[in-house]
Design a protein around this ligand. Structure first.
Ligand SMILES: CC(=O)N[C@H]1[C@@H](OP(=O)(O)OP(=O)(O)OC[C@H]2O[C@@H](n3ccc(=O)[nH]c3=O)[C@H](O)[C@@H]2O)O[C@H](CO)[C@@H](O)[C@@H]1O
Ligand SMILES: C=C(OP(=O)(O)O)C(=O)O
Length: 421
């Protein structure tokens, strides 16, 4: 199994291109199931999760062509299967996103339950209730969500989510786009990726308003059509490189990104003492060789501080001046990186959903194990400021969400390489 071997101690300096957002690309690829005619999706990140989603579409009969610029074209003219099998779903929770489009367009879906994962139990009850509210008959049997639409067409409804759910909002949005009548989603997720999906669906002919607010209105239309759409930049990848620059006292310019969707993270980086400058599609962070100051973090749905940046900021605090508190409110078990950071010499005390982190000037290199995607990223950042060599094991997690991570860090001056076995 591959690992990343990192020798710490180098200050990051340089420019890095940010890829398209995984969490936008996955739902938008699922939405291609709704399109009549050919649909082109561009700015796709080169990631395992994207390959898995393309494989999933392919096994349903979607014809997928990959263009030279790495955009893909999909054609659903020959879709024959409405099954998302366990073998694919178990490797990628976002497979649940085919449920809404399959029901809306084909009136039937069988999607394996994604199951729990390293960050919490992650149920899909709100997705199921959303589909039921739109008129689908759903039962959970043999590990699968088996659903069909009596009469073949979903019906608009008022849906209130008692918990803000990103992919739940996206699933209902896709289903409602082709339903009869109007759907209102209250307490909708406001994440930029939800807005990106609404923009894409509208470009396909949907009538969606209110994306980016907590109330969305979706007027169902008869048909949706293929269009050309580029997914938005990855704000979590951007934030990860900026935090890495901050902990090494360095200077990094992230290009092809979007400062407007990163307010909470940029604000915390400034609070940590970073100088941030931005342009329309770039963000530069300069620490001028200083050590960051500890910051308090509390994760919550957008526009608050994102849970997907929590692990990276825990490392920032572990190397900062002072003590910072990290509170995780979105997932019940997202501190698995804390234990590994402690093995590298970090001072972290976890109690329930709160971690109290007291900064040290340096950590120590050690073999560590990544347990989920952002945990893996946090261990790589920690290794950049550790004495000696760190091997980050189980990096298949990192390959789910970071395109060419070692090349990008090398470009910024880090001593990092992928080692087989
Ligand atoms: C592919 C994708 O976009 N993944 C992101 C998405 O995950 P995902 O969409 O899975 O996360 P949700 O927003 O749904 O989860 C938020 C909370 O709601 C709970 N919940 C969710 C659905 C449900 O049916 N029942 C329920 O109880 C979850 O357990 C969690 O505690 O948003 C998360 C929160 O920003 C991010 O960390 C993930 O990177
Ligand atoms: C938790 C994440 O992703 P997913 O929902 O795909 O597991 C993430 O991107 O940090």
């Amino acid at each position: 199994m591959d690992k990343l071997r990192i020798e710490g101690g180098r200050r990051l300096d340089g420019e890095v291109r940010i890829s398209g957002a995984k969490n936008s690309a996955l739902p938008i690829l699922a939405a291609t199931l709704l399109a009549e005619g050919v649909m082109r999706v561009g700015n796709l990140p080169h990631l395992h999760d994207i390959t898995t989603m393309l494989e999933l579409l392919g096994c349903m009969g979607v014809e997928v062509a990959i263009n030279e610029d790495m955009s893909v074209e999909t054609d659903c003219a020959n879709v024959k299967s409405h099954v998302a099998p366990y073998d694919l779903v178990r490797t990628m929770r976002a497979s649940i996103l085919v449920l809404g489009p399959l029901l809306a367009r084909y009136g039937a879906a069988e999607v394996s339950l994604p199951g729990g994962c390293a960050i919490g139990s992650r149920p899909v009850d709100l997705h199921i209730r959303g589909m039921e509210a739109l008129g689908a008959e759903v039962e959970v049997m043999d590990g699968y969500i088996k659903a069909y639409v009596p009469g073949g067409r979903l019906t608009g409804a008022n849906i209130f989510f008692d918990t803000v759910t990103v992919t739940g909002t996206e699933n209902v949005m896709m289903a409602a786009a082709l339903a009869d009548g109007t759907t209102t989603i209250e307490n909708a997720a406001r994440e930029p990726e939800v807005v990106d999906m609404a923009n894409c669906l509208n470009a396909m002919g949907a009538k969606i308003t209110g994306a980016g607010t907590d109330t969305m209105v979706i007027e169902g239309v008869e048909k949706l059509y293929g269009c050309s759409f580029d997914v938005l930049p990855d704000r979590i990848e951007t934030g990860t490189y900026l935090v890495a620059a901050a902990v090494t006292g360095g200077r990094v310019k992230t290009k092809d990104t979007d400062p407007v969707i990163m307010e909470a993270v940029l604000h915390k980086l400034e609070e940590a003492g970073a100088e941030i400058t931005t342009g329309e599609n770039w963000i530069e962070l300069n620490m001028h060789g200083k050590r960051p100051k500890a910051v308090n973090i509390r994760t919550a749905p957008h526009p608050a501080f994102p849970t997907d940046m929590q692990a990276q900021f825990m490392v920032l605090n572990a190397l900062a001046e002072g003590t910072g508190t990290v509170i995780e409110t979105v997932f019940e078990n997202r501190f698995m990186h804390a234990q590994e950071l402690v093995r590298m010499g970090a001072e972290i005390h976890v109690e329930g959903n709160t971690a109290i982190v007291t900064g040290k000037e340096k950590l120590n290199g050690a073999p560590v194990m990544a347990t989920d995607l952002r945990a893996s990223a946090s261990l790589v950042i920690a290794a950049l400021m550790a004495d000696g060599v760190t091997d980050v094991n189980r990096i298949y997690h990192i390959d789910r969400g970071y395109e060419c991570i070692e090349e990008k860090f090398q470009q910024l001056g880090a001593n990092i390489r992928r080692v087989s076995g």
